[in-house]
Write a protein that binds this ligand. Structure first.
Ligand code: ZN
Length: 372
C-alpha cells in the first residue's frame, strides 16, 4: 500500500506514483503523506533522520548533508548551509534524488546546467547514475564547478543526446522533499524566532521550507514560523511561490544588498549576493533565522584551504557524535594537531560546534559535538 500520493500545486491533479511534472498542466507535483505522525530517527544518516516525512526509498544515499549549524550573526540567527558536502543546500535535494534513482535503478540522467545544483548532483550520483549535463549558455559556465562535475564522471554537451527525451529539472518533487528538511531542523532545535528568511530565486527553496513548516504544524509538533522570501526590487515573483498565500515577500533595493555584502565582509564573512540579500531582509525584520551560505575569511596558515578543513572537521564531529580534538586529528591527519585545536576553538566561538568537559579518572577531557 502506498504511504503517499502526489498532488499538482497548480491544478490539484492527484497521482498515485511519482511524476516529475504534471502531465495535465506542466505544474509541480508535490508529495503528500498519509501518515501525520512525525518521527525523528537519530540513527539514520543526514536528512534521513526524518524518513517518516520523506519519499520511501529502499536504498538511501547520504553523504553527510544536513544538520548544518545555526549561529548568531548580528541581530539574527544564520543557518549556514555552507556546511553541506558541496557547500550548498542543493545537497539535501541531491540526497533524495540519488536515493530515488538508486532504488529505481535509473542508470542515466540528463540535466541542464544549473549553478550549485549540477555540481551537487554529480557528487551524489557518482557511482549510481551517469550524468549528462546540457549547457544552454557556454559563457555562463562556472569553470571551477565544471571541473568538479567532470572529475566526478559527468559528461558535457551543448546538443541533447537524441535518445534522451526526459530531463531532470531542478524544480521537481524530490528537490522539494530534500530542501524542506531545513525547516525540520529548525523546528527540531526549537529555535526561538518568529520567521525563517530565504532568498526567493526560483521560489523552490521558499516553497519547500514553507511545506516543511506546514507538515510539522499539521503533525502537531511544529512551530508556525512565518516564511519570508527576500527579493530585490523589480524581481518578479516566481510562479511556485505565487500559488502559496502563506509566504510573505519582502523587497529590498540593490543598494541594500551591496551594503549588506560590505557589512558581512567587515565581519570576515564571504557570501554570495543572494545570501547577503536574505540577510539584509532578516536584519530589518528581526526575530529571524536566515538560510544562507557563508564562508569565513581567514588569516591563519590554512589560507585558502580553511573553508574545506572547516567543513571536513564539522563532518567528522557530526559523524562521531562526540569526539576530542585528538580524535578529530586522527581522522584528518593531513592537518597539524595544533591546527585542529585552533580550528575547533574558533568553530566553538562561532557556535558551529559545542563542547563538554568530562572527567576520565582525574584527567579533564574536552569532547566536541554538534550543538543541541
Ligand atoms: Zn497540474
Amino acid at each position: 500500500m502506498n504511504t503517499y500520493y502526489l498532488e499538482c500545486i497548480s491544478c490539484g491533479s492527484i497521482f498515485n506514483g511519482v511524476v516529475f511534472k504534471c502531465p495535465r498542466c506542466g505544474g509541480l507535483p508535490v508529495f503528500r503523506y498519509l501518515t501525520r505522525k512525525f518521527e525523528i530517527c537519530v540513527k539514520k544518516p543526514g536528512i534521513w533522520r526524518y524518513s517518516s516525512h520523506l519519499p520511501p526509498v529502499r536504498d538511501v544515499v547520504s553523504r553527510g548533508e544536513g544538520l548544518t549549524p545555526i549561529s548568531k550573526l548580528g541581530g539574527v540567527l544564520a543557518k549556514n548551509e555552507k556546511f553541506n558536502p558541496t557547500g550548498t543546500y542543493s545537497d539535501r535535494a541531491s540526497s533524495v534524488i540519488a536515493s530515488y534513482f538508486l532504488t529505481n535503478r535509473v542508470s542515466r540522467v540528463a540535466t541542464y546546467f544549473e549553478e550549485d545544483f549540477t555540481h551537487s548532483l554529480a557528487y551524489y550520483l557518482s557511482g549510481i547514475s551517469e550524468l549528462e549535463v546540457l549547457v544552454r549558455e557556454v559563457l555562463s559556465l562556472n569553470v571551477a564547478e565544471l571541473g568538479a562535475i567532470l572529475n566526478m564522471g559527468g559528461s558535457l554537451t551543448t546538443v541533447p543526446n537524441e535518445n534522451i527525451t526526459k530531463y531532470l529539472d531542478y524544480v521537481n518533487p524530490l528537490t522539494v522533499e530534500g530542501l524542506k528538511t531545513i525547516a525540520f531542523e529548525i523546528v527540531e532545535k526549537k529555535i526561538k524566532v518568529e520567521r525563517i528568511v530565504v532568498p526567493v530565486r526560483s521560489g523552490v527553496l521558499a516553497y519547500s521550507v514553507y511545506k516543511g513548516v506546514r507538515e510539522l504544524v499539521d503533525a502537531g509538533v511544529g512551530i508556525p514560523y512565518e516564511v519570508v522570501a527576500a527579493m530585490v526590487k523589480g524581481e518578479s515573483v516566481p510562479y511556485i511561490t505565487k500559488l502559496i498565500k502563506g509566504i510573505k515577500f519582502i523587497e529590498v533595493g540593490e543598494e541594500d544588498v551591496l551594503e549588506s555584502i560590505v557589512k558581512l565582509d567587515r565581519k570576515g564573512i564571504k557570501t554570495k549576493p543572494i545570501s547577503a540579500l536574505a540577510y539584509a531582509v532578516a536584519e530589518n525584520l528581526g526575530k529571524a533565522v536566515v538560510v544562507m551560505t557563508m564562508g569565513f575569511k581567514t588569516t591563519s596558515y590554512y589560507g585558502q584551504r580553511n573553508a574545506n578543513v572547516r567543513g571536513e572537521v564539522y563532518r567528522i564531529v557530526k559523524e562521531a557524535g562526540e569526539v576530542t580534538a585528538y580524535g578529530v586529528w586522527k581522522k584528518a591527519p593531513v592537518y597539524t594537531l595544533r591546527g585542529i585545536y585552533k580550528l575547533l576553538h574558533s568553530m566553538e566561538r562561532r557556535g558551529e560546534v559545542c563542547s563538554e568537559v568530562m572527567y576520565e579518572g582525574s584527567r579533564k577531557v574536552k569532547y566536541y559535538r554538534l550543538c543541541k
